[in-house]
Design a binder for this molecule. Structure first.
Ligand code: AGP
Length: 615
């Protein structure tokens, strides 16, 4: 949540910051702002409610000079989205400007103390308290900006990534982080800072991922200094090479990132599978499993923790791991797990699943699992994010940057990695027969082609979407492997079209939700030709006999549903455990087109942010 970006170098900071904000806008778009320090030592701040485009209009009327600056795109936590609550926040003296991603939990205590010292506050944000505190410490102890920042952060409880500049010093940028991410880009005579690496791409491929509890002082023409916030001890500087390209951040001819990401799935799954299945499909290798064989052999239980779409992938992972490894598996919302006093020991494996690798609840869950002695494994997309850096081992899904707020290619990447993991661990523990491995691995290897074939349903789904643009409610039903697919389909629709949708196990419908069904309540039913197909047919009939319209996702060639459902969308036939991968494609497209028909901004739906770094 919230994106921060900063620049100190030999070029004009404004354009770089604005471009950086646009790349970070997926993290929040309630307001945007920029603070620039001119060579003469003036501080110019421009901010505006809404998107970065609004900020550009506001800034155009003012001074945008300076080669030092910080900027912010906000996802509101404390205080409504408006101009005043927008970052950067400036101290009462007018000397210090700060941008912040995170939450200051003890802001109210600090605010009262500062008010007693004569400070008054313009905004309702927790962040303004931090900039006033830095100002107070600096003015009363006559110390440097970095000393004041350090001292202030020691008084702060909560999570933060901050960037701070000072009016009279056009040559210094101070940044720090605790539980919120921060990346430093090291260029030729210029340094970039950002919440993730996307604003840095195209300028430099040399990056430093600031570690938790570290701060950095970036000075013009001087070496970078990184220290721990608590002890001021210098840290070793670990410069890494960034492997992202500009093309990965562009829409590539599609109207939206979401549509591009849906259509990218044949390629992203190819990248995700690369090098992980042997050429004869008899063996699956994941280095994270190979390197930790003992842990996987000794495991008595696996717990999957995640949020949102990643949690839906975890539910599918549970079925896969139980089927192929015969280990008891639990799935927990990370937010519930972290406060649920889980009973864990060193024979437990906790697998955290996250696209961004920065989700606050998931990070807290893995921290807790580690404290309790469990072996913690991460399934993540963003390389170098906090989750892969805080887990004992793991697997990247390698689907490339996902920019649309609604997760699509990350979901199929997560399910693919969980399938590989279940097969690899099942082989290791001798719990899956070689015929099953071969059958599933062969189909997985063909998945890029199969998904390409599935995507041919696009025009048909677009047509069907027109029948449902004005529906107010939807039911998504599935069984077995596809109950989580139903949950995911419903979430996609909710997120981007704002239509209420519920995912339900199809057979549970008769225990309550069936009361909702009438001609105004359409149902989407995931009914591939699997072991539960006959059962789900009767569920469809139950819906139809109560007047509900049915969109059925069926396996190619299965015509039995044609006479029952109102619309059938065919998907290629695959082994049962892989049906969620294929069935999720028409569900992504259906949600997409209904939202587009309604004129919604699918890439940046209201109230949402891509990376949920607050509780
Ligand atoms: C997905 O469409 C959502 N926007 C959201 O539920 C997301 O999956 C969730 O916030 C978890 O994010 P993560 O995978 O980055 O941890």
């Amino acid at each position: 949540m919230c994106g921060i970006v900063g620049y100190l170098g030999s070029n004009g900071a404004y354009e770089i910051l604005i471009q950086g904000l646009k790349r970070l806008e997926y993290r929040g778009y309630d307001s945007a702002g920029v603070a620039l320090v001119t060579p003469a030592g003036d501080l110019n701040v421009h901010k505006s409610q809404g998107k970065v485009a609004n900020l550009e209009q506001v800034a155009a009327a003012g001074c945008i000079d300076g080669s030092l600056g910080i900027a912010h795109t906000r996802w509101a936590t404390h205080g409504e989205p408006n101009d005043v609550n927008a970052h950067p926040h400036v101290s009462q003296s007018g000397d210090i400007a700060l941008v912040h991603n995170g939450t200051i939990e003890n802001y109210s205590v600090l605010k009262t103390a500062l008010e007693e010292h004569g400070y008054s506050f313009k905004s309702e944000t927790d962040t303004e308290v931090l900039v006033q505190l830095i100002d107070y410490i600096k003015s009363t102890s006559n110390c440097s900006l970095e000393e004041a920042v350090r001292e202030a952060l020691l008084q702060v409880e909560g999570a933060y990534a901050v960037a701070v500049v000072e009016k009279n010093d056009p040559d210094k940028l101070v940044v720090a982080r605790k539980s919120s991410p921060l990346v430093i880009g090291v260029g030729e005579n210029e340094t970039f800072i950002a919440s993730d690496a996307t604003p840095i791409i195209g300028y430099t491929d040399q990056v430093i991922y600031l570690k938790d509890n570290e701060m950095a002082v970036i000075r013009r023409d001087q070496p970078l200094a990184i220290t721990s916030i608590d002890s001021n001890i210098p840290s070793t500087i670990d410069i890494q090479k960034l492997k992202l390209s500009l093309a990965q951040l562009e829409k590539g001819g599609y109207d939206t990132f979401m549509l591009k990401e849906i259509f990218e799935q044949p390629n992203t799954l190819r990248d995700c599978l690369r090098g992980r299945i042997s050429s004869d499909c008899s063996h699956v290798t994941l280095s994270g499993v190979e390197l930790n064989k003992e842990k996987f052999l000794q495991a008595e239980r696996i717990t999957l923790v995640a949020c949102g779409t990643s949690w839906h992938a975890a539910l599918i992972g549970k079925r896969l791991i139980q089927d192929f490894c015969k280990i008891p598996v639990e799935v927990e919302y990370a937010s519930e797990f972290r406060y649920g006093n889980p009973v864990l020991n060193e024979k437990d494996i906790v697998i955290s699943i996250s696209q961004s690798g920065e989700t606050a609840d998931t990070l807290a869950a893995i921290q807790l699992a580690k404290e309790k002695g469990a072996f913690v494994y991460g399934v993540c997309n963003v390389v170098g994010a906090s989750i892969p850096r805080n887990t004992d081992s793991g697997t990247y899904i390698h689907v490339g940057p996902e920019i649309g707020v609604a997760s699509t290619k990350a979901f199929t990447g997560q399910v693919t990695v969980l399938t590989l993991l279940a097969l690899a661990v099942g082989q290791l523990r001798g719990m899956v027969d070689s015929e099953t491995v071969k059958q599933v691995a062969t189909a997985l290897k063909a998945m890029p082609k199969i998904i390409k074939e599935t995507l041919k349903c696009d025009p048909e789904v677009q047509n069907i979407s027109r029948m449902f643009t004005y529906a107010h409610n939807f039911l998504y039903l599935g069984r077995g492997y596809n109950y989580p697919t139903a949950l995911e389909g419903a979430l996609k629709l909710k997120e981007i079209s704002y239509i209420h949708a519920e995912g339900y196990p199809a057979a549970e419908m008769k225990h309550g939700p069936i009361a909702l069904i009438d001609h105004e309540m359409p149902s989407v039913i995931i009914a591939p030709s699997d072991s539960l197909y006959d059962k789900i047919i009767s569920n469809v009939q139950q819906v139809k006999s109560r007047g509900g319209a049915v969109v059925a996702i069926v396996s190619k060639g299965n015509t039995a549903m044609n006479d029952i459902a109102d619309y059938c969308i065919e998907i290629p036939e695959v082994p049962e455990c892989l049906t969620p991968l294929v069935a999720s494609i028409p569900l992504q497209l259906l949600a997409y087109y209904i939202a587009v028909n309604k004129g919604k901004n699918v890439d940046q739906p209201r109230n949402l942010a891509k990376s949920v770094t607050v509780e």
